[in-house]
Design a protein around this ligand. Structure first.
Ligand SMILES: NC(=O)c1ccc[n+]([C@@H]2O[C@H](COP(=O)([O-])OP(=O)(O)OC[C@H]3O[C@@H](n4cnc5c(N)ncnc54)[C@H](OP(=O)(O)O)[C@@H]3O)[C@@H](O)[C@H]2O)c1
Length: 264
């Protein structure tokens, strides 16, 4: 299927690995030019080299920390200098802040808010005037199921995620007259480094010593009974940015193998 976005320009934050990397790959395969970033240059450069080689697409990158407002401005400026415009923003750079209430710290929560809530919001603020002016834009934010179904262990991420869902819906209404579509995806457990970084905490939370057992228990609510693959997330994200999704805005699509049982 022709996605109708060949020649468009996308910023994919956090593209050095995981879901961001696979999203960048699928954009490149669809003929979209990509700008990406992360905090660690070596991994980022390796990934960009690999993606350029395997897809033949055009990708540039810069080291940027999305908690830093100046870095966000530099990332958008570099995109404009390199490609002349920006059509698509994928707010992906981020992590998870997990743990029970007693373990959470103000500092940890602040970092989560700075990375995902403020980082995502500032990136939208920087690119949306450009998209609104040209009457075409796509914004997709990677949020997470704990924003819809509160979970005591995922409280730190969940609070940020609920705010991001509100932001997504609000901005989808505000930007719709200018054909800028604002959507979100809510991953469940996806097999990336993020999961591995949190495996120890999850083992403790689930009361098991074996990582495979933790993995099995983590997916017990999930109808498909397995972790998602980063490329399965990328498929849906790129579709939401395509011309084929021209009537979809304000949705938060659960990409969780049927984990959430609610009706939205
Ligand atoms: N995997 C899951 O199960 C899951 C579930 C729910 C939601 N999500 C969300 O999906 C998104 C992608 O997660 P993933 O699983 O692909 O994680 P991942 O494999 O750890 O990749 C995260 C990417 O973001 C970058 N990053 C992290 N913090 C950053 C910052 N402050 N500034 C710039 N770049 C930053 C990382 O590179 P550096 O570390 O080098 O900066 C990396 O490129 C995240 O927003 C996450 O919260 C994932």
């Amino acid at each position: 299927m022709d996605l109708g976005i060949k020649g468009r320009v996308a910023i994919v934050t956090g593209g050095s690995r995981g879901i961001g990397k696979e999203t960048a790959r699928e954009f490149l395969e669809a003929g979209v030019k990509v700008m990406t970033c992360s905090r660690h240059g070596d991994e980022l450069n390796e990934t960009c080299k690999e993606l350029a080689k395997t897809t033949g697409g055009e990708i540039h990158s810069m080291v940027a920390d999305m908690t830093n407002p100046e870095d966000i401005k530099k990332l958008v400026n570099k995109t404009l200098e390199t490609y002349g415009t920006v059509d698509i923003l994928i707010n992906n750079a981020g992590t998870m802040y997990s743990g029970r209430f007693a373990e959470l710290t103000d500092e940890g929560l602040q970092t989560q808010l700075d990375t995902k809530l403020f980082g995502f919001m500032r990136a939208i603020r920087a690119v949306s005037p450009i998209m609104r002016e040209k009457k075409w834009g796509r914004i997709v934010s990677l949020i997470g199921g704990a924003g819809k179904e509160p979970d005591p262990y995922m409280f730190g991420s969940g609070m940020t995620n609920s705010a991001l869902l509100n932001l997504t819906k609000s901005l989808s209404t505000e930007f719709a007259p200018d054909n800028v579509l604002v959507n979100a995806v809510c991953p469940g457990w996806v097999a990336t480094q993020l999961w591995r970084q949190h495996a120890e905490g999850l083992k403790k939370e689930l009361g098991v010593i074996d990582e495979e057992e933790a993995r099995r228990l983590a997916t017990r609510k999930n109808a498909l009974g397995r972790f998602g693959k980063p490329e399965e997330l990328a498929n849906a994200i790129v579709f939401l940015c395509s011309e084929r999704a021209s009537y979809i805005t304000g949705v938060s699509l659960n990409l969780d193998g049927g984990r959430l049982k609610g009706l939205w």
